[in-house]
Design a binder for this molecule. Sequence first.
Ligand SMILES: [Zn+2]
Length: 372
Amino acid sequence: MSAEIIELVATGQAATRADLARLLGWAPSTVSLRVGQLVEAGVLLEGELAPSRGGRPGRALRVRDDGECVAVADVGGHHARTALLDLSGDLVDVVEIEVDVAQGPVETLARIREQWAVMARGRSIAGVGLALPGPVDHHRRSIVQASRMPGWNDVPVGDLLEQEAGVPAVVENDANAIALGEHYARAEHDFDSVTIKAGTAIGSGLVVGGHVYHGWSAGAGNITHTRVDAADATPCSCGNRGCLETVASGAGIVRLLQARGSDVTTTAEVVDLANDGDPEVTTLVRAAGGYLGAVLCTIVNFVNPGAVYLGGALSAVEPFIAAVRSRVYDGSHPIATGRLTIEAAVNGADAGVVGVGRLAVAEAHRSRAGRS
Ligand SMILES: [Zn+2]
């Protein structure tokens, strides 16, 4: 119970006891009792009278901050975005480094920890976190069935990291981390949200009740390998055929252009050509948005989220966003779209570190509350 209070205060969602009672749905007396214990333990500090959101003024609460931080990394195939965040979840520093995940977890983690030490410059690290490009088993904190991470499958990365760093560690799938970062980037986030990253590949995640929804076997929130008619029998990286990613991703569009004799090789070129108004490329990008939108209709009808956020390189192309939007509004029930927002992601390249950083901060606070 203490951890929930600390997280809400640390992330600025609650400033007073009244805010906490409203957000947690607890009796004011229960909140006061718990807050009193945390103040006594030195975990929370009390300040001046502060206006409560919709209530009487109360004493402003804040989490004691000893200049500690959490260190996280959003790991890709050939690079990792490393970052430090303060214990409120705000970014302090971000540095992109080269790594090679094909060298396995031990080498990769050593390189990342070396970078964290450089960035921390003596500052105390209270928790660490990794966003990884494969399905994560949250019970074992390991990667399962990753196609592009040789040597990582079933290695308990969370345990490994925790032993080496000596602080609590969290491990999350990268698309889920992005979804969480995007969800909490807005001031209002009481609703559920779906986040899509449409870049060279397609990733997606679902946030329900403020938490990433993982599903029964770590597979929830994934639309990448949904079979679509338009993809016909095109082979996919997953070993199956006809997946959404083969026609709606940057790599899929590059492949379609090359089949027509184009010498385009990267998603960045596709984005530039579309933004320059190249008619052939724009048609393909618009079609990609339509295929993605068609799959999203089922998600929107079924989940009834408050928002769909579109990130990744392709979301910098207006016709792509427009195509997704029109397909979703056309193909979903008005009860699901009446109050739905579909908009471009705001976190950019930092979305993953912000998301996993939030998890690491919460875990650090939880561990601290457990010790007090
Ligand atoms: Zn596939």
